[in-house]
Design a protein around this ligand. Sequence first.
Ligand code: NAP
Length: 307
Amino acid sequence: MRNVVIIGSGCAGNTAAIYAARASLAPLVAAGHEPGGQLSLTTQVENFPGFPDGVNGPELVENIKLQARNFGAEYVPGEVIEADLSKRPFRLNIDGDWIETRALIIATGASARWLGLESERKLIGHGVSSCATCDGFFYRDKEIMVVGGGDSALEEANFLTRFGRRVTVVHRRDQFRASRIMTDRTRANPKIELVTGVVIDEVHDPSQGVVTGVTLRNAATGEKWRREVDGLFVAIGHVPNTAIFKGQIDLDADGYIVSHGGARTSVPGVFHAGDVADRTYRQAITAAGAGCIAAIEAERFLEAQGH
Ligand code: NAP
């Protein structure tokens, strides 16, 4: 029987682990299928407070984990494949082994949706990014491409014009999914070029270890051509990792956890932290803050239960 189990080892989960461990709750962290979370997919992080020269993303998240372990947090490498939140203690199946816990912090994050190209995967963190706020700064006076046709893609494209020489938005259809106001604003931005009805077939060049261009394909005619770019921002949506909680806690239509104030979910004793309940900010620092809030709330919950 655990006092608190934290699912997920990104910025949110690891920060929750520091606070829970320092509160002598001996937390167990199930590291999950993407240990380190989104930060482990980045390179340099320049907007996390406390690092005037920036910090390497994977190193930052590893250090937060190390800090939690120094206070006694225990990490297991597995993934929670099933959860029973119908009564307390809650029951969790970690890769086949059931454990019980009095409180639960869900910090499973939201995974960026990717195009699914092998070349794209190889260049994540080396010119391919899913976060304009995080990485836009590195593309000063460069040729930037954004893929997607929703609000995120157009918002990122507008943001990236602060840095890039030119920003090209590539969208697979002719109609944008984004709101009218965002679409109009994007069309009016002289630094943005909109390329519609076009998909990305290949990202170059994994053999050089850096993005040099893409192969585009007209979705209707099949015609292909190459375009030189320095950075490719993939903004085709995020998928919150909540499948195992469906039907057990309140989720919104897209699967994000609905907050019931602070870090509370619809189930007393189950708390959320980080991107799993945040479709707006999605930053390392907001996730870390959310992890802190969740741990403090879990501690107070357990105290009120007499533990
Ligand atoms: P979204 O609205 O689901 O849009 C995803 C876009 O990516 C769509 O245009 C989609 O194309 C495209 N796409 C999906 N899979 C693709 C693939 N495999 N290859 C190429 N393109 C692909 O996601 P989002 O833009 O992240 O927005 C999520 C939610 O947050 C929305 O409700 C949005 O309004 C909201 N949001 C609001 C703001 C704001 O108000 N400032 C900012 C950001 C996000 P199709 O259109 O062809 O399906």
